[in-house]
Design a protein around this ligand. Sequence first.
Ligand SMILES: [Zn+2]
Length: 174
Amino acid sequence: MNEKALDEITESLLNRKKIKRKQLGDEVDIRVLQSRIIPLLLSPGARDTRFFAGKLLGSAFGKKAADKKGLKEAANIYAKLVADLKFAKPEIIKVSEDETIIRFYESAVASGFENIGMKLDAFEEGFQTGFFSSATGKNYFSVETKCLANGDPYCEFVIRKTTIGEKFAEAFKI
Ligand SMILES: [Zn+2]
């Protein structure tokens, strides 16, 4: 694993650094994101790959941004990141050890797709799984239970305490 690349991208999420594009700056059209993600999602095995990629980044970000904070503070740090990046309009519905619920309105990935029968935010499930686990020092697992692209009015993630993370870590040696 290239630790330097992971560290740089995590750092840039925390502190907006100057992207070295003199003429184009650091913002891109949302279609860039969607056109590169949706075909990937239709490829075999890609969902799991996106989950684990998200988990890798979420773990690194959680360690750096919220090391061993409580669940409530971690949820606020996460929601601020999502809002700052304009990835979605986040709403924290509930925070508790048993169940934390976060909604995304206007997800950048899923907006514009009318019921295609898929939940598209697998990367975010992984990111939340990694983030909440490393931010709190406990094991959490996120599942996207609703998605704009699945005909729901918003995307919704349910984060529960679990031992699955440890079992995955053992099985995949991560
Ligand atoms: Zn979604």
